[in-house]
Ligand binder design. Sequence first.
Ligand code: ADP
Ligand code: MG
Length: 724
Amino acid sequence: MPANVRHLLSEMEVKYVKGVGPRRSEALATIGVNSAMDLLGYFPRRYLDRTRVFKTKDAAAAMLIPEEVTFVGRIKSVQVTRRGYGRGVMLITLADETGTLRCVWFNAVQYFANAFKEGEFIAFSGKVTAYRDLPCLIHPDYDHLEDEADEDFLHTGGIIPVYPTTEVLRHSGLDSRGIRRIMRNLFTAWDEYQLPPDPFPHGILSTNSLLALKEALSQIHFPSDEKQLDFALRRFKFEELFYLQLLLAIRRNVIKHSPAVRIKGPGELVTRLGGEILPFKLTGSQRKVIQEIVTDLASGHPMNRLLQGDVGSGKTVVALIAILMTVENGFQAAFMAPTEILAAQHFATIRQYLDTLGIKASLLIGGQKKNERAQIYSGIEDGTTSVVIGTHAIIQEKVRFNRLGLIVVDEQHRFGVTQRMALQNKSELLEGEPHLLIMTATPIPRTLSLTIYGDLDVSIIDEMPAGRKKIKTALRGEASRAKVYKFIREQVLAGRQAFIVYPLVTESEKSDLKAATQSFIRLRDEIFRGFKVGLIHGQMTEAEKSDIMLAFKKNAINILVATTVIEVGIDVPNATVMLVEHADRFGLSQLHQLRGRIGRGVHQSYCILMTEDRYIDEKKIRTGEDATARQRLQLFTSTTDGFKIAEHDLMLRGPGEFFGTKQSGLPPLKLANLIRDRDIIAQARRAAFKLADEDPHLREKLHSGIRDTLMKNYKESFEFLKAN
Ligand code: ADP
Ligand code: MG
C-alpha cells in the first residue's frame, strides 16, 4: 500500500491486521470484533504486574511488603480435605524452579477444585500471609495461563495485559498471548493507519485532564507503568460515564422545556381528604414533599420526580394527594405497582377514599375476564374512569387514555431512564407529556442515584409518622423454635397478627413451594391449632390472592404463611410479627422490605430471622459464602436504617445485581465501577451537564463526534436528536 494512503482504522476489516487473516477474523467476529478499531476496543481483562512477580523461594520476604504479589508456576498438587458434596479446605501446591508455595481455600467445594489440574501453568496473585507457620496465599486470584510459558510472558518487563478469550478464539490461536501479538502488530504499523478523530474536543480533554484517544489506547494495551495505565483507564471510564450523564442531561433539558398540563391546587378534593377522611395528620416531611409536587404540577412542564422514603414512611398518601389534584383539574391518573398483589392492595385502600369523594377508579391486572377488561378499557378511553391502578400492564398494553395527566410508579427503584422515556413518550395527550412521580423505599446511595436517576428531581420523606415504635429484630436458631411459636401465639391472643415467610427464589421453584405448603399444613393443624392460619403464594390466582389479603387485612386470618409475594408494599398495621424462615437465603434489601411489613401501626413489632446455627455462631465458619450470609444477617439485626442497609447491599452485590441489570436502564459499564469511581462520576456529570447547557442539541461542529457516539449508543432513545 502506498505510504500516503492511510486507512481509517474503523473502516479497515480486522482480517487485514497482520497476523489475523480470514480464519482468525471469523473467530474475532464471534466476539463482535470486526474492524481494526474494534480490536483496539477489546480491552485486557486484567494486568499482571511483572514488577511484582515473585519466585516461590522469596515468598517469606513477600510477607513483609504490603502489596499483592504474583507467583507463576505449575500446579504440583490439588487436595481437598473433605471430598464429596460437602465443603472442605482446598490446598494447592504451586511449584516453580526455585521451590513450592501453598495456596489455601476454606469452604471450597469439589467442583471448584476440579477447575485446577495438576501440571497446569498458572499465576496466583494475592497477599502472602502465614498459615500454620508457613508463607501461603489465602483465596488468591488466579489466571490459567495455558501455554503462556514462553519468553514473552516470563521475560517481558513491566505490566502485562491479560485478555479475555473464548473457546473459539483459543481454537484459532488467539489466547491471551495470541491477542497480545496481533495487538502489537497493529501498534507497530500504527503510523500507516489513521485513528478516527477523538470525539472529545480539546477543551473537554484538558479541563478533565484526560489522555487523548491515541495515547490512551496505546497505554491500555502496552502500559509503560501503572500510573500511565491508570491514567488511560480513567479516560475510558470517564467516557462511559460521560455519555450516560449526557443522556440524562439532555433528557432533563428536554423535559424542562416540554409543555405539560398545568395542574393547579390543591383544591376542594384535597381539603376534604385532609379534613374529613384521613384518619391521621400528615407529618411535616409529607407536607414538605407535597409542596414540592404542587409546585411541579403547576409549572407547565412535566414533573419528573423521585420520592424516596423508607418503608412505612407514608408515601401512598402523598401519591393520593397528587392524584386528587390531577383529577380535580379534569385529568386522569395512572398508579403502577410492581406486583399484582400490591396493585390490588393500593386499589382497595385508595378506592375507599375515592368512593367517598365520588371518583371512579379501576383496577387493571392479569386474569381479568375479557369483557370485564374491555369495559375497563372503554372507561379509561372515554374518560369516565379517572384513576387506573395496576401493574406495568398499564403501559405495556394497548390502554388508551382520554386525558392522562399523571403517572405514579410505586416501589420501582429499577425504573431506569430508558423505561421512563418509553413511558412519557407513550402518552397520547395533546397538551403535553404527563407528570411523573416515582416512589421508592430503597434509599439509593448518592453516586448511584446520580447515575440512574440523574435526570430526576428528588424529594425525601425523612420522618416517620408519630407514635411508631422501633422494630425489635432477633436472629434465632432451631433450638429456639418452640419459644418463637409460643411468642407468636401470645401476640395473636393479644389481638395482633403475624407473617411467616418462606423463601421462594423463583415462582417456578416447585420444591420450595412444596416446602412452604407442607409447613403451612403443619402450622395450621398442629402448632397454631385453634387460630386462623392462611396461606398465600405466587401460583394462586389473582382472585385467590386478593381474597386472602383482604381477609388478613380484616383480621379474619391471624397468621399468614407466605412466600415473598408479600415482600413489597403490603400494609396491615395490626401485624406485629414477621417470622422469616431460612433467613440466610434472603438478600438484605428483601429482608428490609419484609421487615417493613410490620411496625406500621402503634404496636411494638418484632422481626425474627430463623436460620441454621452456623449463620449465628461466628466460630462455625470463617470465610466464604456462608460467612457473607452471616455478616449480612448480623448487620441486619443491628440496624433498621434503610440507608445503611442499602449501602451494604450494594457493596455485597455490586450495582448490576442491586438494580437488576436489565431493568436498570443502565447500559452495561465495562470499565467504570459505580462504587469505586465516584470522583469520575462527579466529573463526568459536571462536564456532560455543562455541554448540554451550552449546546443542547449538539449542533456545533466541535461536538459532532460526541453527538455521533451518543446516537450510536442510544439509538432508540434519541429520536429527538435526529428530529432537531
Ligand atoms: P410506604 O411509604 O412504605 O408506602 P404507606 O404509604 O403504606 O408507607 O404508609 C404506611 C402506613 O402509615 C399506612 O398504614 C398509612 O396509612 C400510615 N400513615 C401514612 N402517613 C401517616 C401519618 N402522617 N400519620 C400516621 N399514619 C400514617
Ligand atoms: Mg408503599
